[in-house]
Write a protein that binds this ligand. Sequence first.
Ligand code: NAD
Length: 275
Amino acid sequence: MGADRQKPGDAEPPASALPPPAPEVATDIPAPTVARLATYLHVLRSFSQRGILVASSGELATAAGVNPAILRKDLSYVAANGVRGVGYDVGRLTARISMTLHTDSIHTVALAGAGQLGRALLAHTGFGRGFRVAAMFDADPALAGTSFEVGGPRIAPLTEIASVCAEVEPAVEIGVVATADEDARSAFDAFVGAGIRQVLNVTPVALTTEADVVVRQVDLALELQVLAFQASRGTTQAPRNDLKISSRSDVGAPREVKAADGRRGNAMGEETVTA
Ligand SMILES: NC(=O)c1ccc[n+]([C@@H]2O[C@H](COP(=O)([O-])OP(=O)(O)OC[C@H]3O[C@@H](n4cnc5c(N)ncnc54)[C@H](O)[C@@H]3O)[C@@H](O)[C@H]2O)c1
């Protein structure tokens, strides 16, 4: 029984003495906003490392490569209020975005493919932002039982995914497919079969399923192609970051997203302009 439990007869504190209610944080946030919030978090952390305590929306927007109106709209989803003429408290805003994106807690990741890219992902600081690679899988028998880090996960073949995942606490939330192209499908199927419902696919292979699984695909070659296309169009406009055209979410039909300026795109990365 807690010592601070209210005893019968205790008077309710006056409303004015109660702490203000926690600001509402939206739970239904558009995917492009989620992607940009992750970018703002990165920017805020670099500000904090440089000793910057307060930042204006203009400064944050410039560092994140978006326009300030979009930044302010995105931040309204996390109920973050800046002070007019002053800006946002960097620490408080970091905490609010972290809470919204759930990066204030550790998420468990399983990685399939311990090759060049898989190792780079493991070493990437991104995995220090609230993610822990707790299971690693590779088909190479020479890697079986080995580990890349002291205390890190031991590499196992995907045939052992059920028993490996059963021992991981907390349960694996996200699977990363970084195998050779021709093995991406089987790795994905193994993840889905093991009950993993969020998958990051870094191979160029399209991975879809009837199951209720969210797949995000990241492909650097595709990014380069998009930039090359922009260059060949001879566009003089700065690239826009307010529509995410790099990532694909392959769950069900492409979901349409609408940019603040009325342009529409979908989560498959296709963008249409409705002038
Ligand atoms: N997203 C990007 O921008 C990007 C960049 C480079 C490469 N890639 C892609 O990433 C993938 C990996 O590239 P890489 O350079 O690391 O290749 P790699 O050959 O170095 O590594 C692939 C690893 O997958 C393992 N593997 C093969 N079959 C497997 C299976 N069934 N289960 C588990 N592991 C298996 C191999 O043993 C190997 O260790 C490729 O699909 C490549 O096209 C993506």
